[in-house]
Design a protein around this ligand. Sequence first.
Ligand code: NOJ
Length: 553
Amino acid sequence: MPISRRSFVLGTGAAAAGLALGPGLLRAPRAAAAGGKASWLADTVLYQLYPQSFADSDGSGIGDLRGIVDHLDHLQWLGVGAIWVNPIFPSPLTDAGYDIADYTGVNERYGTQDDVALLVEESRKRGMRVLFDLVAGHTSDQHPWFEQSCQDDRDSRYIWASPDQLPDDGTLPDSFVKSPGPRQGAFYKNYYETQPAINYGYARMNPDEPWRQPVDADGPRQNREAIKQVMDHWLQLGVSGFRCDMAGTLVKDDPDKAETAKLWAEMHQWLDTHHPDAVLISEWGDPAVAVPQARFDADFFLQVSGPGDGAVWRSMWDENPYFGADGTGSAKTFVDAFNDAREKIGEGGHIMLPTANHDTANRLNNGKRTPEELPAAYAFLLTWPLVPALYYGEEIGMKMIEGLPDVEGSDGRQRNRTPMQWDSGPNAGFSSAPADKLYIPQDPDPNRPTVEQQRGDDKSLLNFIRRLLQLRKDNPELGTQADVRVFGDGYPLTYLRGDRFLVAVNPRRDEASIDVPDSRVPNGKPVEDSGVRIDGQKLTVPGFGYGVFDLKS
Ligand code: NOJ
């Protein structure tokens, strides 16, 4: 059964629902000229890659580091600047590797530390960087830190309630799990029961919960230092930063997130001194808080948490989405939240909006959309002042596949984790293993999209995305640092980038028109155009259409 998005909660951010800035449609947020250490991030394109499912080099049926190296040319060709690799560390795999048993090791099914060094080096040669996942909030219950904590009543690296602090009737408070022993009592879990929460303390004390410790107690302080050592290990190997798992939830009972923000700001300060070029990207879901307050270099709008508990992401892709053929959605929720976040962030960092991820942010090709609907989505995503984030396979429109078996605690999320489709060979070129040995079964459709087939077709989604990324690279007006002025957030979503590129996207089935208050429109030069009609200053965009026009040519 698919998991409900509500069961996948990252914690609510400080900025709650209702971020509308006002009724006006014309907006020109100030440029977010990220300077200094995060400057490379401003101009990059992030590609999220699920290592189990990307490419298998040794015929095991499971993707690995050498497999990624073998396909770096594809990413370079596409225009990717940085890859984020989901966890590759030793793990009992009760949550596909988000249950870490050794932070500085490599799970042998993925390869070795030498393979990490090779990946970094081969990426560097191609002008790309590598980011890892930093799962600071919890370990596996098989991590030596936890095993030690289970032996020693005085150990406070995890959150423990002792027997005298627990109810006499044997019930446990929310999120607590009975100790596996020999220590008596219960520990606090972060996600699954196999994932004990590392103790970063509580933002406030509560006499009813005597196990709470302040953020500067011994255990919490030791943990901050330990996580810095984890980062140091990988940064020394050449990794360029981290995507920080469940970043907004480290300090418990922190309603305004102030203590959690201070913790990450401390981490960032440490990076500034020791690894000034490295970046931290948060899984927080509330860029207006995570970037200016917690000092992340970027944060994602996600399907959960943040304004409206994921409402911004869902309003675009999922729940009566703006990108839906019926045309009953609106881009206003997104535009307002984006403007609010950009205003608060100023020059301090960036905003990301993935189309999909390995969790419950389902693939764009989710069974409701048809492939012809996808280009309009990318015309928007790659011309908006976000750092673009692509999930593997999205560049060819891979399908979300229902009805697959649960794998390694995927709990429904396997539908977004099927192996990459490279070519028309066996297992779509993912692996030489027998099909029944693959990590997750592949899309069984004989006409499933592949990289090989789309590379040879100028009209393919893959080539379209590549052209847009190149356009963005060649023209700073389309990057993160130039203004965006929105003319309409209904259908078509129409905006001007850097006072030069006019973009109109119409994700609905029916055509849509808009009068654009700019006298240059009649002479605009189409750069990418699916058949937009221009009549004076009026644009009419066909169903599922888009247009990018250069008004300064
Ligand atoms: C967020 C990760 O994206 C997800 O895959 C994982 O299950 C949870 N954190 C718990 O680590």
